[in-house]
Write a protein that binds this ligand. Structure first.
Ligand code: FAD
Length: 269
């Protein structure tokens, strides 16, 4: 007797298993997946992840890895675009589901792309926080810099919550809580709804408000380094501000004083 009707269960190529999902607002969620054993990455890099599309072809998008490189799992922080080809489906993933993850990390928001400095500024809008969620949890960040300033801007306070909790948890973290204490300065702002701190990152830099609030000298090329991740318009505006302070754009192959990466392609939702 031969058994011919039991085919092996079809698995996605480069499949990883979802281990946790948390919804933050109707347009933001985070999730964790298993990490391929062979995957090495530098905190701040991104990979291609996705789901199998209706046509049987993988539907992949770039995602910053939000977890640090020492974490045994991988975390992502995602937008939900209502009619987005990937996220209209991805937002429904549950623990135990499979996603596709191409294990080829790349990106410019890495320590290697910056010259040594005294302070590092992480400047993000919306899901642009994701690479810094990784870098803020990496001990290397605190070994390299005396001060780490996380500026994050969203429209309303609920959209800041993922970052706010992450920073609070970090300060109590057994592993690197001591390194973080006194070094990490968190500066969240909103642009639409009233909160303690308001305003755009560019305005708070050019007016000098953030330097006054945090009792820091004005940004300068000798001491300050910056990493930028937001919409194309945000990145263009911040670049001009940073250049105004005398910082120059670097890359993996040419380390300088600041680096930039797009948080997404398009105008944003
Ligand atoms: P798409 O067709 O890809 O996008 C539709 C439209 O939605 C876009 O034109 C844009 O206007 C808007 N949009 C897309 N992504 C965003 C966003 N994140 N915030 C606001 N508006 C958006 N997305 C994440 O959610 N988290 C990440 O960590 C992340 N990292 C990225 C890293 C890089 C280098 C790049 C280039 C993009 C990254 N993105 C990230 C965006 C991501 O690749 C997809 O665009 C997003 O998941 C939406 O996919 P979609 O197929 O549903 O819609």
């Amino acid at each position: 007797l031969t058994v011919t009707d039991t085919k092996p269960k079809a698995h996605l190529p480069d499949a990883q298993i979802v281990t946790a999902v948390k919804h933050w607002t109707d347009r933001l969620f985070s999730f964790r997946v298993t990490r391929p054993q062979s995957l090495r990455f530098r905190s701040g890099e991104f990979v291609m992840i996705g789901l199998m599309g209706d046509t049987g072809k993988p539907l992949l998008r770039a995602y910053s890895i939000a977890s640090p490189n020492w974490d045994e799992g991988l975390e992502f922080y995602s937008i939900k675009v209502p009619d987005g080809p990937l996220t209209s489906k991805l937002q429904h993933i549950k623990v135990g589901d499979e996603i596709i993850l191409r294990p080829k990390p790349v990106g410019t928001l890495v320590h290697d792309a910056l010259l040594p400095g005294k302070r590092i500024w992480f400047l993000a809008t919306g899901t642009g926080l994701a690479p810094f969620a990784s870098l803020m949890r990496d001990p290397e960040t605190y070994e390299k810099y005396d001060q780490v300033i996380m500026m994050h801007t969203c429209r309303e306070a609920a959209e800041l919550e993922y970052g706010r909790q992450l920073v609070a948890d970090l300060q109590n973290d057994e592993l690197i809580g001591d390194m973080v204490a006194g070094k990490l300065r968190y500066y969240p702002t909103t642009t639409r709804k009233e909160t303690a701190h308001m305003g755009r990152i560019t305005d708070n830099l050019t007016s000098g408000k953030v330097f006054a609030d945090l009792d820091l000298p004005q940004m300068n090329a000798a001491e300050d380094r910056a990493m930028v991740c937001g919409s194309l318009a945000f990145n263009v505006d911040v670049k001009a501000v940073l250049e105004g302070f005398g910082l120059r754009e670097g890359a993996n192959s040419d380390p300088q004083e600041y680096v930039v990466e797009k948080a997404f392609v398009g105008d944003g939702i």
